[in-house]
Write a protein that binds this ligand. Structure first.
Ligand SMILES: [Zn+2]
Length: 427
């Protein structure tokens, strides 16, 4: 049955390819009757379908690929062979949202989390880690949430300390993580503590950690609290959505062919121009989120989802190996229960300004508009690290829904009026 479903999926992919090959050209047609209508023009512009989205296939996989452990591809375009699952209870951690089945990773990630959880407790007094999403059993794109987490080297850790007891499975589904924010731009000093700073500094201190992503307001708090020892801050980058958890990304295991590292973090602590740029984007996002869409406005075009053909070739083998492959219906959908579990939020919604504060922000923004220059967009790109290359800025509604993710193409931002809003999906 499983093989059959996958076979069907692959057939669809191949079908799409051959359909594209035989598609008649519309160029050069001159008779009025044959002039393509607007709809036909639009259809011609649309990229040809490439089979079911890879997230449907990888999202419906329930077991790892029985192969040697290997991170294949890049963080936001790849898959995981030989994934192993983090035990749901460890001496210094507990895994949350078990129904999502995303506590899988490369052995390098599991080793790291064990060590980090133990060090954080022993050396900093952090009571234990609550672990959120890692990767799916075979990595790959997910039906909900992240654009990365695809190769078993990313993990989300809640900023809520672990309680002093073993949580039940139900509690791990129901308990909400705690937001660190007082408002869209500031951490709540009653919730954010020096211990949080220590925890993130600890995570950044390991050489195998490539990046850590936190909400810009958290990055600001870290910049203020870091003191003289600031080298670790360069690895900690602002990103949307990380206000109740932080995201740890490891470098590729040394010598792994086909695993794509991102650029080393560099020397800039990110507390200057880069953070200022993020705050401009935050302010714009806040205003956009409150603005009703103009009548008849179409939502911003979405980037087509990754198909299996967009991923490294070996990901097909990863998907096909052993049992536990994807269980999908012939129409390419994943079981409703799986989808429901994957869609559940882990934390509270992001805070927004009240109308009075919003009006004040708008007034301030309109005052500072003329002549005010933003940091070059390249700063954003480096802030954001590899991510999928370019996604158009979301419409206000899309921004509100805190949907998709990645930096704008370099060179597209210059002034306040044109501040690009990177895709807002959590990483
Ligand atoms: Zn994440």
């Amino acid at each position: 049955m499983r093989k059959l479903a996958l076979g069907l999926a692959l057939l669809l992919i191949c079908g799409a390819v051959s359909a594209e090959q035989v598609k008649p050209a519309v160029k050069g047609v001159t008779t009025p009757a044959a002039t393509p209508s607007d709809t036909a023009k639009k259809a011609a512009r649309k990229p040809a379908p490439k089979g079911p989205p890879a997230k449907m296939l990888f999202g419906a996989v329930t077991a790892p690929a029985p192969l040697e452990a290997r991170a294949i591809g890049s963080y936001a375009k790849g898959c995981l062979a030989g994934g192993i699952s983090l035990p749901i209870n460890g001496p210094d951690w507990q895994v949350m949202r078990l129904s999502r089945n995303r506590n899988w990773g490369h052995p390098r990630l599991l080793d790291f989390l064990e060590r980090f959880a133990s060090d954080a407790r022993a050396l900093d007094g952090w009571p234990g880690l609550l672990i959120g999403d890692m990767a799916q059993p075979r990595g790959g794109p997910m039906i909900t949430g992240h654009s990365s987490h695809q190769i078993g080297l990313d993990a989300d850790v809640w900023l809520t300390p672990m309680p002093d007891r073993v949580l039940t499975r139900q509690e791990r589904e129901d308990i909400s993580a705690t937001s660190m924010l007082k408002d869209p731009f500031t951490v709540d000093p009653k919730i954010w503590t020096p211990l949080h700073t220590k925890l993130i500094k600890r995570a950044a201190s390991y050489p195998q950690v490539a990046r850590i992503f936190v909400h810009p307001a958290i990055k600001k708090a870290l910049c203020e609290q870091a003191g003289k020892d600031r080298a670790w801050l360069s690895k900690v980058r602002p990103w949307w959505g990380h206000y109740y958890h932080f995201h740890i990304r490891l470098t590729c295991p040394p010598g792994t062919e086909g695993c794509e590292n991102q650029k080393p973090a560099g020397a800039d602590d990110g507390c200057g121009a880069e953070l200022a740029t993020w705050f401009k984007m935050l302010r714009k996002a806040e205003i956009d989120a409150a603005r009703p869409a103009p009548p008849g406005a179409k939502p911003a075009p979405k980037k087509p989802p990754l198909s299996l053909g967009d991923l490294p070739r070996e990901c097909m083998t990863v998907l096909n190996s052993g049992g536990g492959g994807p269980v999908i219906a012939p129409d390419g959908t994943v079981p409703a229960a799986l989808k429901a579990a994957a869609g559940k939020d882990a934390g509270p919604p992001e805070p927004h300004l009240d109308p009075k504060a919003l009006a004040a922000l708008k007034a301030e923004m309109s005052k500072s508009k003329p002549g005010s220059k933003l940091a070059p967009a390249a700063a954003l790109t480096s802030a954001a690290d590899p991510g999928p290359a370019s996604v158009p800025a979301p419409a206000p509604q899309a921004a509100q829904a805190a949907s998709p993710a990645s930096p704008s193409p370099p060179g597209s931002a210059a002034t306040d009026q044109s501040v690009p809003l990177p895709d807002r999906k959590p990483r």
